[in-house]
Design a protein around this ligand. Structure first.
Ligand code: PMP
Ligand code: GLN
Length: 381
């Protein structure tokens, strides 16, 4: 028989979580919280499973959830989305990304992507027939500028994919960068796919601004959200696509063949969470900010150089500035195998041959987990 073969890569998140599970390591790799998430939202899901409707919901999602999404973005980001023609529920942001790429890319279209890049983007873009144009960003600021965008945009540019707030760097992009990108999208008649799953996880003075609100972007932006990230329920896989009606039609073509629908009980619970979540949305980032500070301070005490993080569950360590000579992948393998702590080498979020010396750590963990992680990382130096 012919050997079965896939050219798709193995995701670094599964590789590292797999090693953490087999080796019993502290897992500061894959991004998920130790906390169980809001109880009222989980109770609503349980009630909906027992007493609610458990057959296929409408393809675009339950009206109650689509209304709640539009209401949430009106309150928190000042957006004016029409729930009926501009909001689609997906099975996680991952499906939303796949629907955007399969719905909007035609073979040969150029797709601008910033590196480091969330690992699902490139394999999906390529399977959709897109030709990635990679823009490489540099630490410690990870910002793009006019010259980088001028080099990336061409007359074949169809899509630009932006993640903001940014996983893995913890950057929340300032308005001027978003305005610059918007200017290029308008000038080149390109569509922006803006992955804003971390929009609710922003610290201190940083403010998340949705790209769709910038001049000329209302009709050409696909805004992606994730209830998993909003409520710290990462296993839930309920996502949102928000886009002008024409774009929403194109996205629906892909969504119908990817998953068609998303579990209705989770949709009802997320709708409830969005309607009642003001207190949660105020508290949750403050708790995570404390955890970020605990991990930062502990690592600095051990001599690690920690880059600033304004949002997400993640911060980054600069190995050379920490006096560690290894590449990030070697360091992470040593850390998980010899010191019992899993982390993510940021080189995995670049094209295959890139070597970087930056390590991503997840801080959405209880104090004991963070403290154990710090102690073990110190041993991996
Ligand atoms: N995009 C980014 C930038 C993410 O960090 C994640 C989850 N870590 C996702 C998409 C996927 O979100 P979901 O779990 O809702 O599919
Ligand atoms: N988004 C999570 C992270 O960045 C991983 C999600 C996944 O496992 N694909 O850690």
């Amino acid at each position: 028989a012919n050997p079965i073969f896939s050219s798709l890569p193995t995701t670094i998140f599964e590789e590292m979580s797999g090693l953490a599970r087999t080796l019993g390591a502290v897992n500061l790799g894959q991004g998920f919280p130790d906390d169980p998430g809001p109880e009222s939202v989980r109770a609503k899901a349980a009630e909906a499973v027992l007493n609610g409707y458990n057959q296929y919901p409408p393809m675009a999602g339950l009206p109650e959830l689509r209304q709640a999404v539009a209401g949430h973005y009106a309150r928190t980001q000042g957006l004016d989305l029409d729930w009926a023609s501009e909001v689609t529920v997906t099975s996680g942001a991952t499906e939303a990304l796949a629907a955007a790429f399969f719905g909007l890319i035609e073979p040969g279209d150029e797709v601008i992507v910033f590196q480091p890049v969330y690992d699902a983007y490139l394999p999906l873009i390529r399977r959709a027939g897109g030709v990635p144009k990679l823009v490489r960003l540099q630490p410690p600021n990870w910002r793009f500028d006019r010259a980088l965008l001028e080099a990336a945009f061409t007359e074949r540019t169809r899509l630009v994919v932006l993640n903001n707030p940014v996983n893995p760097t913890g950057v929340v992009l300032p308005s001027e960068d978003l305005a610059l990108l918007a200017e290029f999208c308008v000038a080149h008649d390109a569509i922006a796919v803006c992955d804003e799953v971390w929009e609710q996880v922003v610290f201190g003075a940083a403010v998340h601004r949705p790209l769709i609100a910038f001049p000329g972007m209302r009709e050409r932006t696909v805004k992606i959200g994730s209830a998993g990230k909003m409520f710290g329920l990462t296993g839930w896989k309920v996502g949102f696509l928000c886009a002008a009606p024409d774009l929403t039609h194109a996205l629906a073509r892909a969504h119908q063949f990817l998953t068609f629908t998303t579990p209705p009980n989770l949709q009802s619970a997320v709708a409830f969470g969005l309607e009642t979540g003001a207190d949660w949305f105020a508290r949750m980032p403050r708790g995570l900010e404390r955890s970020r500070d605990r991990l930062t301070e502990g690592l600095r005490r051990e001599g690690f150089a920690v880059l600033p993080s304004q949002g997400t569950y993640f911060l980054n360590v600069d190995l050379p500035a920490s006096g560690v000579e290894a590449g990030d992948r070697d360091f992470c393998l040593r850390a998980v195998k010899e010191a019992g702590v899993a982390a993510i080498p940021v080189s995995a979020l670049y094209e295959a041959d890139a070597v970087t010396t930056i390590v991503r750590l997840c801080f959405s963990k209880h104090d004991e987990t963070l403290d154990a992680g710090i102690e073990r990382l110190a041993k991996a130096r």
